[in-house]
Ligand binder design. Structure first.
Ligand code: KPL
Length: 332
């Protein structure tokens, strides 16, 4: 069944006005979204004509209209089509567009290549919405005066093909500052990303949320890739579950030491909860492995091991997992 929810021509592009904007002009705020994967497309479908999806130049030109795309979003076997604004970094640059609000939904390992030629307003706003940690320094280096935020979402989505995504589970999205923006400004950015169907909630401790997600990803993602199983099987098969517990023990030590979780909290119940609620899903790292794509391991276990080293906390199980994934990827 196809239900055309939004098929009007998107309102004329606001790009020409954008270099005058400073983030306080709510009504004219326009988001540019980098990364046309499942989450980037999902966010674009919520924001509709308040956003432009930035595509790779070849992908933009191969579309019927290189200024718009039709995105299909599948929920419970029902497809909704959205007509969305699309552009590319090259096209924006040719039009001298300065980006004021950038939402980065690329894979963590593709961030640097994606931001390289972005013409960002010097005091613009950048929101990172991706798996893993470790890209904050990169953004500070490229955009020293911009305000940088991180968002974390529990929406479950995957890509069927280009511009066709499946929204498998409705989730919640949280946002907080990564470089000291005050509460009022950060709340305003959360509001600017919010829509009726997707509220983005301000989080005054986004770092804690990112670390907990990182810990969960450190367990589920590489183990499902190594054992080639869905998330739920990690809890069912004794050999896999023993491995889960070993990784969690090391993660507890690191997260206790950083005060991310209290001494009487553990990562294992959080991992179990997510593995159960996403039992039939294939993790993003397992999907990367299936398609022989480089994974986000540097930003998941890589980041964890680096932080653990600085804290002098040995993490041999996590280090071994890191090596195993790297060895798998070296054979692609
Ligand atoms: O975030 C995920 C991922 O696959 O990257 C989990 C939580 C493991 C869900 O599959």
């Amino acid at each position: 069944m196809t239900n055309l929810e939004h098929n009007s021509k998107p309102s004329s592009n606001t790009e020409a006005n954008e270099d005058k904007m400073d983030g306080t002009e709510t009504s004219r705020t326009h988001w540019h979204i980098l990364g046309a994967g499942a989450i980037g497309c999902l966010m674009a479908s919520y924001l509709q004509d308040r956003s432009t999806l930035l595509l790779k130049e070849n992908m933009r030109q191969t579309n019927a209209s290189n200024q718009q795309i039709t995105l299909s979003v599948e929920r419970n076997k029902q497809i909704i089509e959205y007509t969305l604004l699309a552009s590319s970094v090259e096209h924006c640059n040719a039009n001298h567009t300065k980006i004021t609000h950038l939402l980065i939904c690329t894979k963590a390992n593709q961030t640097e290549a994606a931001i390289q030629n972005i013409n960002m307003h010097s005091t613009g706003h950048i929101v990172l919405l991706q798996n893993g940690m470790g890209n904050i320094n990169l953004l500070k280096q490229y955009f020293p005066k911009c305000s940088i935020y991180a968002a974390s979402t529990s929406h479950g989505a995957f890509k069927r093909s280009n511009f066709h995504i499946v929204h498998a589970g409705i989730g919640q999205t949280y946002l907080g500052s990564l470089n000291g923006s005050n509460q009022t400004q950060t709340k305003q950015i959360a509001a600017l990303l919010s829509t009726k169907k997707n509220q983005v909630t301000y989080d005054d401790n986004i770092n804690q949320r990112l670390w907990k997600k990182l810990a969960i990803n450190c367990v589920i993602n590489p183990l499902t890739a190594i054992y080639q199983c869905n998330n739920g099987e990690l809890l069912k098969e004794p050999k896999y579950y023993t491995h889960v517990k070993k990784l969690c023990k090391e993660l507890d030590t690191v997260l206790h030491s950083l005060n991310i979780i209290s001494q009487n909290e553990n990562i294992l119940p959080m991992v179990k909860n997510i593995a159960l609620s996403t039992a039939n899903n294939l993790s993003s790292m397992y999907q990367d492995k299936k398609h022989k794509r480089p994974s986000e391991i540097d930003y998941i276990q890589g980041y964890l091991c680096q932080q653990a080293k600085q804290l002098n906390i040995p993490c041999p199980e996590n280090a071994a997992i890191f090596t195993t994934i790297k060895e798998i990827e070296a054979k692609y």
